[in-house]
Design a protein. Structure first.
Length: 349
């Protein structure tokens, strides 16, 4: 029997309760961020600031919980923000009450998308991932122009991560840096954009954010430009891994090095204290020998190699100060030494 919380959830996202008028031809960048990891807000704004922003009219930062640190970051950047306005968009009170109790990062992300799509006053929105780093300063404008030129409802830079759709002859767009028509998003009930189990093509399947709507859209109006994926560094599942760690008991295997990434970013770019429970870097390094609550294994070496290459690409970006790159090399030295030795990696120092 569904819980009262489930009924409240269905009622909340059964329809669009209040939406802004669409009165601008440009795009709004939606930036969903974790309220308890404000360093990702700082990084997202640093990355988006470097975008050309020719068609950008608004940037909406949407934390998954009320956060004074996120509000302070937006306030710091707002006076000199290029390419339209920079605004903080808190979730409605009911979402702030219910979502922390659910503890589901996928639900959080869906609610953040719905809030942003409700507030957007532009023809299109761009859904920016806080753990994605753009290396091409023209990416958002280029994707917007391509979507307009081809009259697409949705344009992504990567295909859907779930192969279930391609196996049935459909190519859907992943959500990261997804450029979507605002009216298209609002044409479906909000709950259909959230991850949920549904009947898709006569089969039961768990759909990710926006996938149900994409499946029910003319395939000719959904596009993917995989060439653009070469212009980004995307770590994937950083926030969801952190949420799993928060709920975990006993040892936690950080085989994808996502906790290491969060700690590295906190130490390099964080403005305040680290979130409670996030182990310091020396404790993470101790996990190389299994003597910490977070562990690493010899079999993780190949994953570390790919992770390290991504870090190197980010550290070479123009928005990263050279001294930060040097600090990163020093902080990662224990991991470089362990995994480079096992894989014969050449690590630039």
């Amino acid at each position: 029997m569904p819980s009262p919380l489930s009924y409240l959830w269905r009622l909340r996202f059964g329809r669009w309760w209040s939406v802004a008028a669409i009165d601008d031809e440009g795009y709004t960048v939606l930036v969903p961020v974790p309220g308890d990891l404000p360093v990702f807000t700082d990084l997202a704004l640093a990355v988006c600031r470097q975008q050309s922003g020719r068609h950008r009219r608004r940037t909406l930062v949407v934390p998954d919980r009320r956060s004074p640190a996120v509000a302070a970051a937006v306030a710091r950047e707002r006076p000199t923000w290029p390419g339209g306005s920079l605004e903080l968009l808190d979730l409605p009170p009911v979402d702030q009450l219910v979502l922390p109790r659910l503890g589901d990062p996928g639900r959080n992300h869906g609610a953040q998308l719905v809030a942003g799509a409700s507030a957007a006053s532009t023809r299109r929105v761009v859904l920016h991932d806080a753990d994605l780093f753009m290396l091409d300063p023209d990416l958002h404008d280029r994707m917007h122009e391509a979507a307009e030129a081809s009259d697409l409802d949705v344009l992504g830079l990567s295909p859907a991560w779930d192969p279930w759709y391609s196996a049935r002859g459909r190519e859907l767009a992943a959500t990261w840096e997804q450029t979507a028509r605002t009216a298209w998003l609002r044409a479906y009930p909000p709950h259909r954009h959230l991850g949920h189990e549904a009947s898709v093509g006569g089969e039961r399947h768990v759909v990710d954010t926006t996938f149900w709507a994409q499946w029910h859209t003319d395939p000719g109006r959904v596009g993917v430009d995989p060439r653009s994926a070469e212009d980004v560094v995307h770590f994937n599942y950083v926030i969801s891994t952190y949420r799993r760690f928060q709920r975990s008991e006993g040892s936690f295997h950080d085989g994808s090095f996502r906790l290491l990434l969060v700690r590295l970013f906190q130490d390099l770019f964080g403005r305040g204290e680290a979130p409670p429970g996030l182990p310091p870097l020396d404790r993470l390094a101790a996990g190389l020998d299994g003597s910490s609550e977070v562990t690493y294994e010899p079999g993780d070496a190949s994953t570390y190699r790919a992770f390290r290459q991504q870090i190197s690409r980010i550290l070479a970006a123009p928005w990263v100060e050279r001294e930060r790159s040097s600090e990163a090399e020093a902080l990662l030295a224990p991991f470089d030494d362990r995994f480079a030795a096992s894989q014969h990696l050449e690590v630039d120092r």
